[in-house]
Design a protein around this ligand. Structure first.
Ligand SMILES: NC(=O)c1ccc[n+]([C@@H]2O[C@H](COP(=O)([O-])OP(=O)(O)OC[C@H]3O[C@@H](n4cnc5c(N)ncnc54)[C@H](O)[C@@H]3O)[C@@H](O)[C@H]2O)c1
Length: 248
């Protein structure tokens, strides 16, 4: 049984979807969690659900694309808890369009939140992890960053960027006992995917050897492994959570 008592986690984009499931999974194992989202109301709802498991939570409104806001937010978390043990970079968005129709704003917004947001959070939190000589960083990438997808060049670039970024900082951070890994989910049932037309969903299902979509809990289970003692010798890896969609 994974025991995360006395540990503090930070999860971004945790007001709903996969992020919320990660928070609740960490909480059930005893971790306290700072719940970050641009939407304070949903972050507070996540904290209420978390506190039912007996763990403590702190809801924070923060746009992770804004470096100075991230600095303020992490300062507030460190006023709440002395140490941040785990950082889960989960917040992400899509602005799908074919490249020829894609506006610069659609490109920039996705890169700013998905990739620069991951950079901002990792840079600010890791400084503190170094001092404590302990840290577990897990970033949520996507199979789209590995295989590409028509209409998602901005999203694919941001997620492939997260993979390259994670491998590079894993090498930099290893001497400080800070591991850095990425998870590449396939098709997970959340608000992000429920908007896709039924025929697109059916087409995706046919590409999945296990024949079904994943859940936020499937992704959260891999997070639990990576932050716990069980995953302490794993760094610089991308773990797919996709029902076998991508086999490399
Ligand atoms: N759902 C899937 O099938 C799937 C597949 C692969 C990867 N992913 C990735 O998993 C992560 C979570 O996906 P989801 O389906 O739960 O998405 P979601 O849209 O349900 O939730 C994303 C959350 O991030 C928050 N957010 C958006 N911009 C933010 C910002 N600038 N700062 C802070 N928070 C912000 C949103 O308010 C929302 O609560 C994303 O990175 C996504 O790319 C999802």
């Amino acid at each position: 049984m994974i025991d995360l008592k006395e540990k503090t986690a930070v999860v971004t984009g945790a007001g709903q979807g996969i992020g919320r499931d990660i928070v609740l999974a960490l909480g059930r194992r005893g971790a306290d969690v700072a719940v970050i989202d641009v939407n304070l109301e949903t972050a507070e709802e996540t904290v209420s659900l978390l506190e039912k498991s007996g763990s403590k939570g702190l809801a924070l409104r923060c746009d992770i694309a804004d470096y100075s806001k991230v600095q303020d937010c992490v300062k507030e978390i460190l006023g709440w808890r002395e140490q941040i043990h785990f950082l889960i970079n989960n917040a992400g968005i899509t602005r799908d369009n074919l490249l020829l129709r894609m506006g610069e704003d659609e490109w920039k917004k996705v890169i700013d939140i998905n990739l620069t947001g991951t950079f901002n959070m990792t840079k600010v939190v890791s400084k503190h992890m170094f001092k404590k000589r302990f840290g577990r960083i897990v970033s949520i990438a996507s199979v789209i960053g590995q295989m590409g997808n028509a209409g998602q060049s901005n999203y694919a670039a941001s997620k492939a960027g997260i993979i390259g970024f994670s491998k590079s900082v894993a090498k930099e951070f290893a001497p400080r006992n800070v591991t850095v890994n990425a998870i590449a989910p396939g098709f997970i049932e959340t608000a992000m995917t429920s908007v896709l037309p039924e025929e697109v969903q059916e087409g995706m299902r046919r590409m999945i050897p296990l024949g079904k979509f994943g859940t936020g809990e499937d992704v959260a289970n891999i997070v639990l492994f990576l932050v716990s003692e069980l995953g302490s010798y794993v760094t610089g890896q991308v773990i797919n959570c996709d029902g076998g969609m991508v086999m490399s």
